[in-house]
Design a binder for this molecule. Structure first.
Ligand code: NI
Length: 174
């Protein structure tokens, strides 16, 4: 298993629209396994292929406390939505930033598993939030897009500052 590099906002590659998966082979299974390893290591509760610069409709998640319930969802489609919930979200592509986002409370989903078998899923609470967040990645959308332009600009500046700081401390310790 390999740890993959996660693209960070405002990298324009995060804006790429993902294509449907049509080939369910060993390479897809390996990508899914590598994405799970990368997600657990980060650590995070969800990761979309878009975030590792693979622009196909594949996402992995695990919202369990024990981190023992990995899920791989391929070609997801929301069939039904109900209600609204507001949750504080973060994103591995926008490190250290958290903000409230409104999402559907319950969703019903049609998708495929990593082997291509059709699955249907009902989700609420954190799982529903996570799926909607990851599905946004597949259409090139980030949770910071729900913020005002002013707030989004503040996020961009904060991340630039964090990166400059990380680079200078890396140089200092080299
Ligand atoms: Ni994210």
């Amino acid at each position: 298993m390999s740890i993959l590099t996660i693209l960070e906002f405002p990298d324009p590659r995060l804006r790429t629209k993902a294509q449907p998966v049509t080939t369910f082979d060993a390479a897809l299974k390996k990508l899914s396994d590598d994405m799970l390893t990368t997600m657990y290591e980060a650590p995070g509760i969800g990761l979309a292929a878009s975030q590792v610069d693979r622009h196909i409709q594949l996402l992995v998640l695990d919202v369990s406390e024990e981190k023992n319930a990995p899920m791989t969802i391929v070609n997801p489609r929301i069939l039904e939505r109900e209600g609204t919930q507001t949750c504080q979200e973060g994103c591995l592509s926008v490190p250290g930033i958290f903000a409230d986002v409104d999402r559907s409370d319950r969703i019903r989903l049609a998708a495929q598993d990593v082997a291509g078998n059709p699955i249907e899923l009902e989700a609420d609470g954190l799982l529903a939030v996570c799926i909607q967040h990851e599905m946004d990645h597949l259409i090139g959308k980030l949770f910071v897009d729900y913020l005002s332009p002013l707030k989004r600009d503040m996020v961009r500046k904060k991340l630039e500052k964090q990166r400059r700081h990380a680079e200078s401390s890396a140089t200092a310790s080299a």
